[in-house]
Write a protein that binds this ligand. Structure first.
Ligand SMILES: *Cc1c(COP(=O)(O)O)cnc(C)c1O
Length: 485
């Protein structure tokens, strides 16, 4: 067990850095900017190193254990990505440098765009968006710009299935659209009759996640594309679940007009605390002119002995810039490294193994934890977090108890259409031994639920902090560490 954190480590005049003697005349800083006015902590180097190392030990991470957080594709982040991203030629540059001096980095962006276009089946690509949600908003703005350009200014309605990720309605609403929810049918597909009923001349389009958040392939994707297009709408693809399709099916070929990629999911760049995300957006031919500006392109073609010159171009009817400079460049380096390390065959294998692992876990668990939409899944599946003979036990209790077994819990209470949802996504990077250990922990927890449900209600017991009051934590946010009086 780790000792409780000591909050205030600062000691007056303690210092962790040594400055060389000044060789320029001293000058007064403007009032308010002086050291006295800034309550900075004063610490030695060892204090700082121990503080942050200790904090890192309180965290669960993909480097310390299995992380089956559904919808998030928490695959292992290969260390070669980090090595390449740290090359000085990539880190010691500035986005305002003349393009002649950063040709290697521009070439990388160009070739990443080309690779993502090939993988997704798209004609154009922007690397600017900072995450999936940002890509969604960018995509929706592109769809609106296209329709306005055709004089269809009355279109303001976007359809979103009830299984969708919360970012879909959020980003659409931020883009000023009216969101209409579509129900799912009993096989977990979009209800086609409900879709047809909403298709009129106010339709901007439909946001489709395929495979959807139940981990199921949308069986009517071609028909859906036809219905939406016939009504003058566009089909947005939420590409968060691309891990299931890599090298097998191309969303562009399925009729998707615009889609975001999550480099921090499918292409193994770190999530959250590990670094910023990246959500490139691919578009079909008819939307290329509306992409955010600038886009990396070849501005002078190669000649015999001279390589091409890479630079920036502004698409004709661009929606404008959506991100400062050129997006999260170091994530592009990591993703491109990942693509080259795997090659086309390797990427297909990623999808095959991700799907195999998910189906293996589903088969091991479904007799204990019911899977309401139980057909063959893709890269993830959604079980119900309830155990026969243990009526007081909820998904939350099961998730918390898993922490005591050393596993990060699956996503719970999402998607909303499954009662007490436990959404499990193992990814391709886990071994059979890890999958078995996880399945056995969940089966053991089901036994405990029947025999000693309080063990679950009181979980977790072995983690640095126990069960939190999540509502209180959200309502009374305390971000400052304070030693109790
Ligand atoms: C993760 C996710 C998103 C949002 O992506 P972020 O990169 O987290 O903004 C959207 N849709 C689905 C299905 C997701 O899993």
């Amino acid at each position: 067990m780790l000792e409780p954190l000591v909050c205030e480590l600062s000691q007056p005049d303690r210092q962790g850095v040594g400055y060389p003697p000044s060789d320029v005349p001293l000058s007064e800083l403007p009032a308010g900017l002086t050291r006295d006015a800034l309550p900075l902590p004063e610490l030695s180097e060892v204090d700082v190193v121990r503080h942050f190392t200790r904090l890192s030990q309180l965290n669960y991470s993909v480097d310390t254990g299995f992380y089956p957080l559904g919808s998030c594709t928490m695959k292992y982040n290969p260390k070669i990505n980090e090595e390449v991203a740290r090359l000085p030629g990539f880190t010691a540059i500035h986005p305002l440098q003349p393009i002649e001096t950063v040709q290697g980095s521009l070439a990388l962006m160009y070739h990443l765009q080309e690779a993502l276009k090939e993988i997704g089946g798209f004609a154009g690509m922007t690397l600017q968006p900072a995450a999936g949600a940002h890509g969604e908003m960018t995509g929706v703005l592109i769809m609106r710009a296209y329709q306005k350009d055709r004089g269809e200014t009355q279109r303001n309605k976007i359809l979103i299935p009830d299984s969708a990720h919360g970012t879909n309605p959020a980003s659409s609403a931020m883009a000023g659209l009216k969101v209409v929810q579509l129900p799912s049918d009993e096989r977990g597909n979009v209800d086609l009759d409900a879709l047809r009923a909403e298709c009129d001349d106010t339709l901007v389009g439909l946001m489709l996640t395929n495979p959807n958040t139940l981990g199921l392939f949308e069986e009517h994707v071609l028909e859906i594309a036809e219905i939406v297009h016939a009504a003058g709408g566009l089909l947005y693809g939420d590409g968060a679940n691309l891990n299931a399709l890599l090298g097998i099916a191309r969303p562009g070929d399925l009729g998707i007009d615009v889609m975001h990629f999550n480099l921090h999911k499918t292409f193994s760049t770190p999530h959250g605390g590990g670094g910023p995300g990246s959500g490139p957006v691919g578009v079909a031919e008819h939307l290329v002119d509306f992409l955010p500006a600038p886009v990396v392109d070849i501005v002078e073609p190669a000649e015999e002995d001279i390589p091409p010159l890479y630079g920036f171009v502004t698409p004709k009817k661009s929606i404008g810039r959506v991100k400062a400079f050129h997006g999260h460049f170091s994530m592009m380096v990591r993703a491109y490294t990942y693509i080259l390390m795997h090659g086309a065959e390797g990427l297909r294998r990623v999808a095959e193994d991700a799907v195999l692992n998910a189906n293996y876990l589903m088969a091991r668990l479904k007799d204990t934890y019911p899977v309401p939409y139980g057909r063959i899944c893709k890269h993830e599946f959604v079980a119900e977090g309830k155990v026969e003979g243990a009526p007081g036990v909820r998904a939350l209790d099961i998730a918390k108890r898993l922490l005591d077994y050393g596993f990060h819990p699956p996503t719970n209470y999402f998607p909303l259409i499954v009662h007490e949802a436990l959404m499990i996504e193992p990814t391709e990077t886990e071994s059979l031994q890890t999958l078995d250990a996880f399945a056995e922990a969940l089966l053991q927890i089901a036994e405990e639920a029947r025999e000693d449900p309080d063990l679950l209600h009181e979980a977790p017991r072995t983690t640095p902090v126990g069960r939190l009051d999540e509502v209180k934590a959200a309502r009374e946010l305390v971000l400052k560490c304070e030693v109790p009086a």
